[in-house]
Design a protein around this ligand. Sequence first.
Ligand code: ADP
Length: 279
Amino acid sequence: MNESHLSVKNLSYTYPDGTRALKNVNMEIFKGEKVAIMGPNGAGKSTLFSHFNGLTEPTSGYLELDGKKMEYDKKTLLEIRQKVGIVFQDPNDQLFAPTVKEDVAFGPMNLGLDYEEVEKRVNEALELVGMKKFKDKTPHHLSGGQQKRVAIAGIIAMRPEIMILDEPTAGLDPQGVDQVLTILNNLNKDGMSIVISSHDIEMVNGFAEKIFVLYEGELLARGDKHEIFSNKELLKKAHLKAPITTEILYKLKEKGFDVDTTKINIDEVIDEIMKIKKS
Ligand code: ADP
């Protein structure tokens, strides 16, 4: 049995202006998982994420980290923030130091680590994201993809157990998307749990195994990507676009071909099409 890493129990959150952003959400993330929380704009993804590191306190319900109920005193919050690292959607919200290396050093320095340890972690983190040669540059002179990688390095340097990334590939070119996903896959291979939010189904299809679908603050569905991405009705209800592979299989089925519409990976879909040609 997998060990629970982060659990969300009957979580509801209402903003001071009365907006009910999360409605009785239940969720379990296990150690070492790659998870995507999907939903259109306004679904409640960012509000949920700000609960993950204790930045926001639930209106009702609670969260558990490593089986321990989250509390909001200073000491527990510090523990939570060491374990849960959040990468914001817009690197400008995260990067503010005059140089890349100072930016990446900010988190570990705040952990009270000595100079040598901070320097070691900064070098390691920049190496991992392929940004070492930019360490003396100003973050604001970097491209969007490079800024994203520096923002991720800043979190890696804190050595969290879980990394949460809000729309990690939004606005990046295809190469930038690949670079970020490779970094996340490498971190995951080393044991880090990764949670991303996105409405980009093709990107999520290539990355996450477990999907939660959030819509208007409610968790509409949870499941593996096959279950979720082949459920066209659910995707439509959640205002998400089905992957192109699912669209193709549904079209073939409509035309009377006997294909399995639960296949979502390109190779599996090609196999389905080959079967038709052969029969
Ligand atoms: P997402 O990240 O999925 O786009 P959000 O968590 O940002 O969704 O928003 C969820 C809902 O909460 C939306 O209806 C949004 O308008 C509302 N909301 C977000 N931030 C605030 C705020 N500070 N005050 C009031 N309502 C907010």
